[in-house]
Design a binder for this molecule. Structure first.
Ligand code: IYR
Length: 219
């Protein structure tokens, strides 16, 4: 097959504008925090849709776009998800997680209770599509972990840019999400993202990001 190419229309920026946009974007993203205390204040669905559309601009292996975003706003579905997540988390905190792991989590103040799963107005459940069917044949998707990870990064950035709070929540195991949301076997839960406004008295752990020279090296 001959590939079809179109001209690229790149952003063309002067160097002063590049520098100011670079700093502004860093300042914006550096204010993102993982939020575990939510207000029940509603969020317009259009904002959620725009964030999901932004996530869908991510690059993906062989352009297979191996993601599905299930937006949950129904109170009864949220209740079921909370109930199932708390059941798994009870097992995790009480027997599945190692001492070392629990020690790592201590500064974050997490525990098995997940009220945000019912309080946040939306839960975006991200599924990773592991295979596709074409002409009666099954084909795997390629680099789907990497692809979906990048898409979730864009999702979090888009929501943060709208002034909305998020949490990258990974109740483990997450199979119950496939069942509650009726997804097929080739859609595997990847992460659950509660979205909303933070509670008025929300607080976040006093933890620090690594410095630039700790995370990078120029050779
Ligand atoms: N899934 C559990 C535990 C947990 C694990 C990690 I790694 C975190 O960074 C935070 C929590 C929970 O959500 O409580």
């Amino acid at each position: 097959m001959t590939p079809n190419f179109l001209p690229l229309s790149p952003l063309e920026l002067g160097s002063a504008e590049q520098a100011s946009r670079a700093s502004e974007f860093f300042e914006l993203m550096n204010r993102r925090r993982t939020v575990r205390e939510y207000s029940d204040r509603d969020v317009p669905i259009e904002l959620i849709e725009k964030a999901v559309a932004t996530a869908g601009t991510a690059p993906s292996g062989a352009n297979m776009q191996p993601w599905r975003f299930v937006v949950v706003r129904d109170a009864e579905v949220k209740r079921k998800i909370r109930e199932a997540a708390e059941k798994e988390e009870h097992e995790s905190y009480n027997s599945r997680m190692s001492e070392k792991w629990l020690r790592r989590l201590a500064p974050l103040g997490t525990d098995e209770r997940k009220p945000f799963l019912e309080i946040a107005p939306y839960l975006i459940v991200v599924f990773r599509i592991t295979s596709v069917e074409e002409n009666g044949e099954t084909e795997p998707t390629y680099y789907s972990q990497e692809s979906v990870g990048i898409a979730v990064g864009l999702l979090l950035a888009a929501l943060h840019n709208m002034g909305l709070a998020t949490l990258t929540h990974t109740p483990s195991p997450m199979k119950f999400l496939q069942e509650i949301l009726g997804r097929p076997r080739n859609e595997v839960p990847f992460v659950l993202v509660p979205v909303g406004y933070p509670a008025e008295d929300a607080s976040v752990p006093d933890i620090k990001r690594k410095l630039l020279d700790e995370i990078s090296e120029i050779v």
